[in-house]
Design a protein around this ligand. Structure first.
Ligand code: GLY
Ligand code: MN
Ligand code: MN
Length: 470
């Protein structure tokens, strides 16, 4: 967990960047059904960036005029002590968190008004809509978490993003910890794989590992023999010996920092010739993309490096026809690699995605309209300290490869007949998909792969799969 000094430094950096008061919210409990049956509380990531272990309903006013940070917390009641245990007093919290003042949350509107006077107060929308409505009522802003244009003032988002985009040494300690626990989960899932199990039994190994380490999944675990369904989050399928299983899962540690890792392996423990060939192309693309990472490089070029490697590999296998450059130019590769090569990673698995492309694309850059590349979530010039994923994949998606318009558009560049054999192999269940995803830190000279130790070479994977059952 980052230290008090770390959080104080981050708050000071934020205060220094501001020219007016800013009110941040942790968000409150969200109910599963009846009001007191809650989902596990998870504070808004910007709030979590400045404060460790935030309480539900916490709010904080940052005032650059006097350099104060006032925390607002729910009153300590006997009823809360009875049901949830007693919590530290305001005085203890003030000392532990090094804030200027801790005030009663029930007075929030009044106290913010008193501190701000005639000055305009800005805030941010959070996932909890009740809290967002309260923020909007206090500040008079039109806030809406679902729209990047309404999540908060664009200049304020840019200030927050410039802090959240650069991982400090202390934040990296936690990201490495998340990577380590994620390693354990992936290896355990590989080791327990055998034909005849349901996916949920492996998902249990993964999420049990996270829980044993006091972590939770950073996002809904994707564990599926239907790897071509990019975000497939149910685990009901029976795993057959001829299936590939794709696991995309990452731990979130107590501070909120997380990992996001994908590995794909054969349920039988041995890659079929087709799976081996496709796997090698994805792995080559992943390695080439990682190799391309260094300060100053545009992330879109990292993406295009992966695209060209995939195009070259698929051309060699006969699925595509033409030069890698021409194939990528035309977008033909995207019929098999229909998403971007990655995204920023930090406190959110798609870090600050809610802030929109204004944060993730450089000035004057906007999303491509081309199928596939349109899903690229990041297009900044890389800087040391940035963390992001690299996650190319090859998928055989019936809805894409049998699309009449696509077949017409890429006739002559794609061997749709050969692709059809991938859609119908494995007793008509199809090939599925392969993705390989690692978490990368841009360093002064290149890339450090935070998740490097998680096996991805075919030989290492084959040795591991099923080893717990042998
Ligand atoms: N785990 C979701 C993603 O890789 O983007
Ligand atoms: Mn990812
Ligand atoms: Mn992922």
């Amino acid at each position: 967990m980052p230290t008090l000094a770390h959080h104080k430094r981050r708050r000071a950096e934020f205060l220094n960047s501001l020219d007016g008061p800013v009110l941040l919210f942790a968000g409150g409990w969200m109910s599963r059904n009846y009001p007191a049956n809650w989902w596990p509380f998870r504070a808004d990531s910007t709030f979590l960036f400045f404060f460790p272990d935030p309480e539900p309903n916490a709010a904080a006013l940052f005032d650059p005029k006097d350099g104060s940070v006032t925390l607002f917390l729910d009153e300590r009641t006997q009823q809360d002590a009875l049901w949830h245990g007693s919590v530290p007093s305001f005085a203890d919290i003030k000392k532990a968190l090094g804030v200027t003042e801790v005030q009663n949350r029930s007075e929030l509107g009044k106290l913010v008004k008193k501190q701000a006077g005639r000055r305009k107060v800005q805030s941010l929308a959070v996932a909890d809509s009740l809290t967002t409505a309260e923020a909007a009522a206090i500040t008079g802003e039109a806030l809406d978490f679902r729209s990047p244009a309404a999540i908060g003032d664009a200049a304020l988002l840019a200030k927050i993003a410039s802090l959240r985009m650069q991982r400090s040494a202390e934040e990296l300690v936690d990201m490495r910890q998340a990577a380590k626990i994620t390693h354990e989960a992936h290896v355990l899932a590989m080791a327990h794989t055998r034909p005849g199990l349901y996916e949920q039994e492996l998902a249990g190994q993964v999420e049990g590992t996270f829980a044993r380490h006091g972590c939770r999944p950073a996002y809904n675990t994707i564990l599926s023999v239907r790897g071509e369904v990019l975000h497939n989050t149910h685990h009901h399928n029976l795993m057959m010996a001829t299936d590939l299983v794709l696991l995309d899962a990452g731990a979130e540690v107590r501070s909120g920092y997380c990992a996001d890792v994908t590995r794909t392996w054969p349920v039988s423990g041995t890659f079929s010739p087709e799976a081996r060939d496709i796997y090698d192309v994805v792995l080559a693309a992943e390695k080439a993309a990682i190799e391309a990472v260094k300060p100053g490089v545009r992330y879109r070029d990292v993406h295009l490096t992966a695209c060209r490697t995939i195009a070259a590999g698929l051309a060699q296998l006969g699925l595509l026809k033409g030069s890698p450059d021409a194939l990528v130019e035309s977008g033909a590769h995207a019929l098999f690699f229909p998403h971007g090569v990655g995204h920023v990673l930090g406190l959110d698995v798609h870090d600050m995605e809610a802030f929109g492309d204004q944060i993730h694309y450089g000035k004057g850059r906007s999303r491509s309209q081309q199928f596939g590349t349109a899903y690229l979530r990041l297009d900044l010039d890389l800087q040391p300290g940035m963390c992001f994923t690299i996650e190319p994949g090859i998928y055989f998606v019936p809805a894409i490869l049998r699309d009449a318009e696509f077949r017409k558009q890429w006739k002559g560049m794609v061997d749709f007949k050969l692709a059809e054999t991938f859609l119908t192999m494995n007793s008509m269940r199809g090939f599925g998909g392969i993705r390989i995803e690692d978490d990368v830190l841009c360093t002064e000279t290149g890339a450090e792969v935070l998740t490097q130790s998680i096996p991805k070479e075919r030989i290492a994977i084959e040795a591991l799969v099923g080893s717990a059952a042998r």
